[in-house]
Design a protein around this ligand. Structure first.
Ligand SMILES: C[S@@+](CC[C@H](N)C(=O)[O-])C[C@H]1O[C@@H](n2cnc3c(N)ncnc32)[C@H](O)[C@@H]1O
Length: 213
């Protein structure tokens, strides 16, 4: 879908937020929904995996998985601020050489990227209008498994997202958050040849792990 999503997303995820996220990661470790992804992926017992982390933010998933189950990773992100923090952290951990960092809207450059064993999208679909385009491209790139987190379809999140988007409009900021239909995302991934093998819920986030059949 031709759009200026990368530009919009880049300005929405600023240097200040990226620095706050890395501070929190150093202090408390991975966020709760990210822990669910890590736990689910580790349960597959895949060794020496190639990881594709779409919208990886400060890179927590590859920082963690390069310790045990991943051989290498590609981190594609529309935010240059997040990528900068992710790169610095990877270097601090001695993983710099094993991660390829790409600043782009994944849907624009997916055709140029190789497939990976595992694809992750942690809190990414809710920042992107076209969930079909994003998830289809993500599924195309996964040889074995795909794990994602997204906001639950609850009354309190429907209300919260409406309020957030209302203030975004007032501020004339084009960035929006999206509560995409979970059944629609699930049907799309099943049509792409995956089955859902794990589903976990927190108050805001749901984590689903899909395995290629
Ligand atoms: C809410 S942040 C989540 C970051 C990280 N995954 C986490 O959970 O901490 C959403 C991230 O997705 C990225 N993003 C959103 N849509 C994207 C797209 N189409 N291609 C690449 N990155 C995207 C944003 O730049 C941002 O870094």
């Amino acid at each position: 879908m031709p759009c200026n999503c990368c530009e919009i997303t880049d300005s929405a995820f600023s240097e200040a937020e990226a620095r706050a996220d890395i501070k929190s990661y150093h202090k408390r470790g991975p966020a709760d929904q990210t822990k669910l992804i890590l736990e689910a992926l580790r349960s597959l017992e895949i060794k020496e995996a190639e990881l594709l982390d779409i919208g990886g933010g400060i890179g927590v998933i590859h920082h963690e998985l390069l310790h045990d189950m991943a051989r290498g990773a590609t981190h594609v992100d529309a935010s240059s601020a997040y990528l900068k923090e992710a790169k610095e952290e990877a270097a601090r951990r001695g993983h710099g050489e094993r991660v390829q960092f790409v600043h782009a809207d994944f849907t624009d450059i997916a055709a140029d990227l190789p497939k990976a064993d595992i694809v992750t999208l942690d809190r990414v679909v809710c920042c992107y209008p076209d969930f079909q385009g994003l998830l289809k491209a993500a599924a195309d790139h996964s040889r074995k498994a795909l794990a994602l987190t997204y906001p639950r379809e609850t009354w309190y999140l429907r209300f919260g997202f409406k309020v957030l988007n209302f203030f975004q409009r007032l501020r004339k900021d084009p960035f929006r958050v999206f509560l995409h239909p979970i059944a629609g995302m699930d049907a799309l991934l099943k049509a792409e040849g995956f089955e859902r093998i794990t589903l976990r819920r927190l108050f805001v986030w749901e984590m689903a792990l899909y395995q290629r059949i």
